[in-house]
Write a protein that binds this ligand. Sequence first.
Ligand code: CP
Ligand code: NVA
Length: 307
Amino acid sequence: MTYRNFLSLTDAGADGIAAMLADAIDRKAARKGWPKARLDVDAPLAGRVLAMVFEKNSTRTRVSFDLAIRQLGGVPIILDAGTSQLGRGESVADTARVLSGYCDAIMVRTDDHAKLLEMGHYASVPVINGLTDDSHPCQIMADLQTIVESGKSLPGLKVAWLGDGNNVLASIIEAAGLMQFDVVAACPQGFAPSDAMVAAGQGRAKVVGNAAEAVAGADIVVTDTWISMGQDHAETKLAAMWPFQVNEGLMAQAKPDAKFLHCLPAHRGEEATDAVLDGPQSLIWAEAENRLHAQKAVLRWCFGQIG
Ligand code: CP
Ligand code: NVA
């Protein structure tokens, strides 16, 4: 069986990402208005089993991958760390080898990027990054799809990021380098992305300390929770973040046709106000739905069907 891991956007490269975006957009259009559980006409992953391993909470990733494999003709199996032997200390390497005997692909959401890499090393089936402390490439596939569907083309876009220099920003920066758009991240001191994260943007990313500077002339404005899963709810961090809140005043400083993205879940009234989240520039519901369509393309890419 041909298989490829999707541990990072770089695994797919610009050509792979472009192929996945085209596939996601086409397949979404082809089944518009259909019942959600109806199989795609070609059922290209018929008979395949996707295991999903969750060490952290999830709504979108869990539901979208579950439905994605079903629409493609396959079957999902979910393992929560708390109710599997992983939670009792069985090694990732042994789990990878066991799951490879039952399943055709493994999606992993883990608190430790090293565990994802270990799963990728020991599994003999495709392994997909469903979020780690370092990155969230599946989310960014949905974000790129949402941007393209809004009528914008990726090369040359200015994307403004506000707030925490976290895992989602890391994957946006990686995408910028691959797909030739620019990212300006406004982050408080002490919460900026690392030099290595910025370098992954191949010169397309820069960090500033001022929210207005980031959004000036921006085509896309993006933020995320100030406190990611597994992080302390440090009052000092929250206090530092308030000047980076995305509110109507800040959105007004971006381009008039700028769009707003947020991977969700949102902490309404913190990183973004209700007026922005629910406002006319917000694409957050399309972005969330696109997790399904993007994940289908990721699965097909992993099996060598596209790209
Ligand atoms: N955006 C995202 O990954 O959401 P979940 O944590 O609900 O999966
Ligand atoms: N940065 C967030 C993303 C959640 C989808 C987290 O890691 O909790």
